[in-house]
Design a protein around this ligand. Structure first.
Ligand SMILES: NC(=O)c1ccc[n+]([C@@H]2O[C@H](COP(=O)([O-])OP(=O)(O)OC[C@H]3O[C@@H](n4cnc5c(N)ncnc54)[C@H](O)[C@@H]3O)[C@@H](O)[C@H]2O)c1
Length: 285
């Protein structure tokens, strides 16, 4: 498998919200980037997003080099063959299993053997995406958060056949982009969206059922639970289509997740109430 130290060129599939953000952080970290989308207008829009994001960061003195130097490391293309030079590829196309399987089959044919192919999927099975290739051991989830240049975290998702070397590579690569990682098994929604999507949908339902105004739902969750964004504004920020695709996958795979969790009931019955009793899901002094 290709070593992290051998990586010079990063391939990115998709120039949308996530793809152009991933291209930007890779270029900022000093890598050459080839960013591919299906139409040149999408590629141009992606490059424009990168340009304005770099300008904003530059105004805050938050870049290691001048914005044009970083920007010039990214080559936009509509030609899949241009990804042949990539030493790692991150796919960030639409959240659709058939589209992603098609992309991975194409990448498998074009990109050198031993190159890690990562997917930025929010909820889809990494194992199933990998099944479209003859290199399932080199396929891993690298789930960046939105907006990519701002958010510190990346979720590494381990498929059924993902090799340990690909998992190590994924952690190291994300860290090379200045990110911190955690790991999830390949189960629907992984850690983040499995928990986040029901929270967003409940916020939307609370609004729809007249519990409070949009503003008060968002304010209540921010001020009441110390999150930076309420569910409705976060849904808008993620993209309602992305939320819907993710929610449909979770619904299909996991069913009704809104009952109180059994483990909560059992801990309460045992008197383990959290910090105040010194024992909950964690232990406290
Ligand atoms: N938006 C978020 O907050 C977020 C966060 C984490 C992960 N994700 C995941 O990242 C992926 C991309 O999401 P997004 O929000 O950037 O979507 P987006 O709609 O902004 O961008 C997707 C891009 O993929 C392109 N595309 C479609 N088919 C393609 C193909 N065959 N080859 C190359 N490009 C193709 C589209 O033209 C579009 O430009 C999805 O899997 C999504 O679930 C999104």
């Amino acid at each position: 498998m290709r070593e992290l130290s051998d990586v010079e060129t990063v391939g990115v599939v998709g120039a949308g919200t996530m793809g152009n953000g991933i291209a930007q952080v890779a270029a900022t970290a000093g890598y050459d980037v080839v960013m591919r989308d299906i139409e040149s207008t999408y590629v141009e829009n992606g490059l424009e997003q990168v340009r304005s994001s770099l300008d904003r960061l530059n105004a805050k003195d938050a870049l290691p080099a001048d914005p044009e130097t970083i920007r010039s490391r990214i080559t936009g293309t509509t030609d899949l063959d241009d990804l042949a030079s990539a030493d790692v590829v991150v796919e960030a196309a639409v959240e659709d299993m058939e589209v992603k399987k098609g992309i991975f089959a194409d990448l498998d044919a074009v990109v050198d053997e031993g190159v890690v192919l990562a997917t930025n999927t929010s909820t889809l099975s990494v194992t199933e995406i990998a099944s479209a290739t003859d290199r399932a051991g080199a396929v891993v989830g690298l789930h960046f958060m939105n907006p990519v240049p701002v958010m510190d975290g990346v979720e590494v998702v381990v498929g059924e056949r993902t090799a340990d070397a690909a998992v190590d590579f994924a952690h190291g690569f994300a860290e090379a982009l200045g990110k911190e990682t955690w790991e999830s098994d390949d189960k629907p929604g992984f850690v983040t969206n499995r928990i986040l999507m029901p929270w967003i949908n409940e916020g939307v339902r609370a609004y729809d059922e007249g519990v409070a105004s949009k503003r008060d739902i968002d304010r209540g969750m921010k001020l009441g639970t110390n999150v930076p964004m309420g569910p409705l504004e976060l849904a808008d920020h993620i993209g309602l289509d992305v939320v819907l695709d993710a929610s449909e996958t979770l619904h299909e795979e996991l069913g009704d997740r809104y009952q109180p969790a059994y483990l909560v009931k059992r801990k309460v019955a045992a008197g383990d109430l959290g910090k105040k009793t010194g024992e909950g899901f964690y232990q406290y002094d």
